[in-house]
Design a protein around this ligand. Structure first.
Ligand code: KIV
Length: 275
C-alpha cells in the first residue's frame, strides 16, 4: 500500500476468518468457479469462498458424475481461478480415489495447494477419511469436510438422493460431523440433507457449516455457479435458484446471491428438504 492511498476493498479471506464469521453470525456466501472470468465475477460480487469443485466433471466436461475428475484437472482449473480472484478463499476438491490413505492424500493435497493455488482442500465422507483429515491438518493443510450427499459415493448410493432422513441416518450424520470437526476440519459442507438435521449439526459444531440443499439454518451457502445463473440443463434440484432471472447480467446475479445469503433470504422454504 502506498502512503496516503486507502484500500477500499475488503482484505482477502483467510482460514481463521471463517470461524470468526460463524461466531459473529455473519453468513458465508460461496460459489464454485472453474475459470478466471467466473472467478473474477464471483470475487467482484464479494463471494467469500470459491470452490474449484469436482462438479467440473459434470458441468465442464459433460460427464454424468464427478468420478473421472483428476488432480491434474483441479490443478489446471485452480490456477485459472487463482488468476481471476483476489479476495475469496479458494478451496480445491480432492477428486474421487485420491485420498485412499493419509500419505497419498497428503501428496495430492500438496499439489492442489502448491500447483493449484488453493488455500484449503475438500474431502468427501467420514469413516476412514477422518484419519486423512487429521493427517492433512497435522501437516498444515486446511481441510473442508463434505457430508450428506457425497457425489463421489454415487455408485454406492444409487443416485443423487437426500441423505440423513430418519432417526438412524440423521444420528450417523451427526456423529460423522462431530468426527470431522474433532479431526481438525475448518469447515463442513452439508449437501442435500433435511434442514432440521442440518440445523442441529450446525448448532453442535464450532466450525462453519455451509449448506447446499441443507436449508436456511446453516452458517452459509454454496451453489454451483452455473446453477446460480440458469446455465445447467436437465433436472433441477429444488435447492437451486436462478439469480439471473431477476438480475441484470452475471455480476448482478452473483451480487444478488451474496446479498440473499447474507440477509437470510436464500434459501427459502421451497429450497429445503423435510425430515
Ligand atoms: O464439486 C462441487 O461443486 C461441490 C459442491 C456441490 C459443494 O462439491
Amino acid at each position: 500500500m502506498y502512503a496516503g492511498v486507502t484500500e477500499t476493498r475488503s482484505p482477502p479471506i483467510t482460514v481463521p476468518m471463517l470461524r470468526q464469521f460463524k461466531q459473529d453470525g455473519r453468513k458465508i456466501a460461496a460459489l464454485t468457479a472453474y475459470d478466471a472470468s467466473f472467478a473474477k465475477l464471483a470475487d467482484d460480487a464479494d463471494v467469500d469462498v470459491i470452490l474449484v469443485g469436482d462438479s467440473l466433471g459434470m458441468v465442464i466436461h459433460g460427464r454424468r458424475s464427478t468420478l473421472s475428475v483428476t488432480v491434474d484437472d483441479i490443478v489446471y482449473h485452480g490456477r485459472a481461478v487463482a488468476r481471476g480472484s483476489r479476495r475469496a478463499l479458494r478451496i480445491g476438491d480432492m477428486p474421487f480415489a485420491t485420498y485412499p490413505d493419509p500419505a497419498t492424500a497428503f501428496a495430492n493435497a500438496a499439489r492442489l495447494i502448491g500447483e493449484g493455488e488453493c488455500a484449503m482442500v475438500k474431502l468427501e465422507g467420514a469413516g476412514p477419511v477422518v484419519e486423512c483429515i487429521r493427517y492433512l491438518v497435522d501437516r498444515e493443510v486446511p481441510v473442508c469436510a463434505h457430508l450428506g450427499l457425497t457425489p463421489q459415493a454415487v455408485l454406492r448410493l444409487g443416485g443423487y438422493k437426500v441423505q440423513g432422513r430418519g432417526e438412524a441416518a440423521s444420528q450417523a450424520l451427526h456423529e460423522a460431523a462431530l468426527a470431522v470437526e474433532a479431526a481438525g476440519a475448518e469447515m463442513l459442507v452439508l449437501e442435500c440433507v433435511p434442514s432440521a438435521v442440518a440445523a442441529r449439526i450446525r448448532e453442535a459444531l464450532a466450525i462453519p457449516v455451509i449448506g447446499i440443499g441443507a436449508g436456511a439454518h446453516c452458517d452459509g451457502q454454496i451453489l454451483v455457479c452455473y446453477d446460480a445463473i440458469g446455465v445447467s440443463q436437465g433436472r433441477r434440484p429444488c435447492f437451486v435458484k436462478n439469480f439471473l432471472q431477476e438480475g441484470d447480467g452475471v455480476l448482478d446475479a452473483f451480487r444478488r446471491y451474496v446479498e440473499a445469503v447474507r440477509s437470510d433470504a436464500f434459501p427459502a422454504a421451497e429450497h429445503e428438504y423435510g425430515e
